[in-house]
Design a binder for this molecule. Structure first.
Ligand code: NAD
Length: 498
């Protein structure tokens, strides 16, 4: 089956290249369908449509806020009505267990509802300013940025689309959106919902295709006013370079190698369970994954033993049948993860569980990797330094609080981090010291539409979600009104302030 998945100026089209790419079910290695492979020319058409809609027809941008709220709520309802279908599609295309895909759909619905609500909230500020040039009223207004290009990865396809599209639309922008070519199917379904709701033509545009052709054009094109990208750090860096030409606004949500610090006084079984969620949720394909366990030496052996017992009990299988873990997203990505596992073994880390592909029963042709734990890790190892983006966790030990913090911050990334301890003050001291944008105490990975998401250092620029995520899609304009019009008397004889 061939899917003409480009949606440009309110019309579904294929790619001008006439080329197609396979979309694969990672649980079986079988093709699900083929999608169109856009050229730069196709992307330019989508950008032109967004540009016309923002700067010429202006229907979405100028829509009465109350009507914009209604549209956003109808999008949320449209997604909610297709929850089961979307969750199965996502599970099949990405490989995540069905219950996790269902969570994603629910979160996507609430993301649109949250940003519907924000439209009617107060915005802008009034300033007290000096009177050198007369009495002034000085205030700010927030305006949409214009044409926003948005590029997402494959790990949370529908949810990442919601995180980007909902705030951008709420702010009044026009959009060109590109999902990962591995996992485009839920985005196509989302745009079918947008199409049914009849948003003004050109407001939302979808292009399917590769990163280095379609994505690169989105980053370079001078008619794009903002590029918002979620994906790996090297690609994020190349996007920042490409965006320099017209100094477009840039939002980058990038990779991570996040520390999960566990003290001996922590609730033991709780810390084990959260550490599992930290690294095995979504097959470990989570930007904020707790991929570095940093644990107090006195409990390390007991903890690793228990974690390995629990990890060995994880069920793998067809994600739609709801196992604990599904396959990794693609054969290529599975091979990358398996290579890292080999590197870890060669570097001298002790593989205490997993460490291989899983090929039992109906998993034989899928891209499954067993949950893997490396003990006895040291800071110089590549498996400790580099993002693996799979179900692979490293374990290091500390004896003092200072040592724990130093190990946690010994990374070029700064996305997330957590601490487990029964000592509340110590928990706060540690999160104050962690150089990362998202932190947790006594839990790992809960994420909220209301709270800002983003990283320090090589983990990105800017924030998604919450009020901050809305403001990313706005320009701030300063307005000054002279309340004492008339002759200023600045120039000429007797001018003021001489
Ligand atoms: P990726 O960087 O390979 O691809 C992401 C997207 O960028 C895809 O749509 C791809 O087609 C596109 N792309 C690739 N090359 C491009 C180029 N040269 N120009 C423009 N676009 C290009 O990432 P991935 O493998 O899909 O996803 C995994 C990465 O995403 C991990 O590093 C993970 O940490 C990160 N991630 C970060 C967050 C966050 O919120 N910080 C969330 C999810 C994933």
């Amino acid at each position: 089956m061939k899917v003409k998945g480009n949606y440009i100026n309110g019309e579904w089209t294929g790619a001008s290249s006439g080329k197609w790419r396979s979309v694969i079910n990672p649980a079986t290695g079988q093709e699900i369908c083929q999608i169109c492979d856009s050229t730069k020319e196709d992307v330019r058409k989508a950008i032109d449509a967004a540009k016309r809609s923002f700067y010429e027809t202006r229907e979405w941008r100028d829509l009465c806020p109350r009507e914009r709220v209604d549209f956003m709520l109808r999008i949320a309802d449209g997604i909610a009505a297709k929850k089961d279908e979307l969750a199965i599609l996502e599970s099949r295309n990405n490989g995540k267990p069905l219950r996790e895909a269902e969570n994603d759909v629910t979160d996507a619905v609430h993301c649109f509802r949250y940003y519907a609500g924000i439209i009617s909230k107060p915005s802008g500020e009034v300033y007290r300013v000096n009177k050198d040039f007369g009495e002034m009223h000085s205030y700010t207004v927030r305006e949409p940025i214009g044409v926003c290009a948005q590029i997402t990865p494959w790990n949370y396809p529908l949810l990442m689309a919601a995180w980007k599209i909902a705030p951008a639309l709420a702010a009044g922008n026009s959009i060109v959106f590109k999902p990962s070519s591995n996992t485009p199917l839920s985005s196509v379904r989302l745009f079918e919902i947008l199409d049914e709701l009849k948003l003004p033509k050109g407001t939302v545009n979808l292009v399917l295709g590769s990163g280095n052709v379609a994505g690169q054009e989105m980053a370079e094109n001078p008619d794009v006013d903002m590029i918002s990208f979620t994906g790996s750090t090297p690609v994020g860096q190349s996007i920042a370079h490409a965006a320099v030409g017209n100094l477009k606004r840039v939002g980058l949500e990038l990779g991570g190698k996040s520390p999960n610090i566990i003290f001996a006084d922590a609730d033991f079984e709780g810390a084990v369970e959260w550490a599992m969620i930290g690294i095995f949720f979504n097959q470990g394909e989570v930007c904020s994954a707790g991929s570095r366990i940093i644990i107090e030496k006195s409990i390390k052996d007991k903890f690793v033993k228990r974690l390995a017992e629990r990890a060995n009990a994880i069920t793998l299988g067809d994600p739609v049948k709801n196992p604990d873990m599904g396959p990794l997203v693609s054969e290529e990505h599975m091979n990358t993860v398996l290579e890292y596992i080999e590197i870890g073994k060669q570097e001298g880390a002790k593989c205490v569980c997993g460490g291989e592909r899983y090929v039992e029963g109906d998993c034989a042709d899928g891209y499954f990797v067993r949950p893997t734990i490396f003990d006895d890790c040291t800071p110089d190892m590549r498996i400790v330094k580099e993002e693996i983006f799979g179900p692979v966790v490293t374990v290091q030990t500390f004896e003092t609080e200072e040592e724990a913090v130093a190990l946690a911050n010994d990374t070029s990334y700064g996305l997330a981090g957590a601490v487990f301890t029964a000592d509340g003050a110590r928990g706060l001291r540690i999160v104050n010291e962690i150089r990362a944008g998202i932190t947790w105490i006594n839990c790992y990975n809960p994420t909220f539409n209301e709270a800002p998401w983003g990283g320090y250092k090589l983990s990105g620029i800017g924030r998604e979600l919450g009020v901050h995520g809305f403001e990313e899609y706005q320009e701030i304009k300063q307005v000054n009104i002279n309340l004492t019009p008339g002759k200023l008397g600045w120039y000429g004889e007797g001018g003021a302030n001489r």
